[in-house]
Write a protein that binds this ligand. Structure first.
Ligand code: PEP
Length: 249
């Protein structure tokens, strides 16, 4: 039985007041759910979020972190700092980090190592751009993204990951992969993991779908056997929508 997860990536949205009201809204509506619920506010609001979430079962994620322990890295945030404010997950390899901040396979490998060393669970994002899918290169590209940054890990380390398949053409565009497209990529990812590790590892990893998930389409996406939940951007910024997505299992 895999963990079902719904994670909200707030990106660069929500000031302190917005964070407070969104969390209060979520706490009212997401009680007693079997699904693991995670939110990823910005760095500045993690500490407040941690205090507000004390009496809830919502977990905290960061949206990024630095690969180093500490030191002269102006503007960066370490895994240890994140842990000290109650963070247990970290999103790594989001397509916006790859495209805008030029994060490549090597840096993502280093960040993954650091997160695991510090006991943070990476939510590792992979996904193809539209032209890659149109040229039928999406299966190879996603396999490559996983292999290059993650396949040096031991079975035990790999088992601590959550993978998020996020086709870049579906992120923030309103366009969603069809349930069939999501299922076939998730099954492919599981096959690739089984080949590198073993069936037990592949079958235990939660693989989330991300890309314009909303209350209207969450149910049919989550109904697929290899889809274990979602990484939600825009729709995680409204308590009612995010709750409806959580309740779509
Ligand atoms: C994301 O950025 O991870 C994401 C899935 O965004 P959206 O749901 O807005 O497409």
């Amino acid at each position: 039985m895999r963990t079902q997860i719904v994670a909200g990536n707030w990106k660069m949205n929500c000031d302190l007041d917005d964070t407070k009201s969104l969390i209060e809204g979520l706490k009212k509506t997401t009680k007693n759910n079997a699904t693991e619920v995670i939110i990823a506010p910005s760095f500045t609001n993690l500490s407040l979020a941690n205090c507000l979430l004390e009496d809830s079962n919502i977990a905290l994620s960061a949206q990024n972190m630095n690969a180093n322990d500490s030191g002269a890295f102006t503007g960066e945030v370490s895994a240890n700092m994140l842990k000290s404010v109650g963070v247990t997950y970290v999103i790594l390899g989001h397509s916006e980090r790859r495209a805008i901040f030029h994060e490549d396979a090597q840096i993502l490998k280093e960040k993954t190592n650091q997160a695991l060393e510090q006991n943070l669970s990476p939510i590792f994002c992979v996904g193809e751009e539209l032209n890659v899918r149109q040229n039928n290169g999406h299966f190879n590209l996603v396999e490559e993204q996983i292999a290059e940054s993650l396949f040096h890990l031991s079975t035990e380390e790999f088992s601590k990951l959550v993978i998020a398949y996020e086709p870049v053409w579906a992120i923030g565009t309103g366009e969603t992969a069809t349930p069939e497209q999501a299922q076939e990529m998730h099954a492919h990812i599981r096959k690739v993991i089984a080949k590198q590790y073993d069936d037990a590892t592949a079958n235990s990893i939660s693989i989330l779908y991300g890309g314009s998930v909303k209350p209207a389409n969450a149910k049919e996406i989550f109904a697929n056997p290899d889809v274990d939940g979602g990484l939600i951007g825009g729709a995680s910024l409204k308590a009612d929508d995010f709750t409806a997505i959580i309740n779509s299992f």
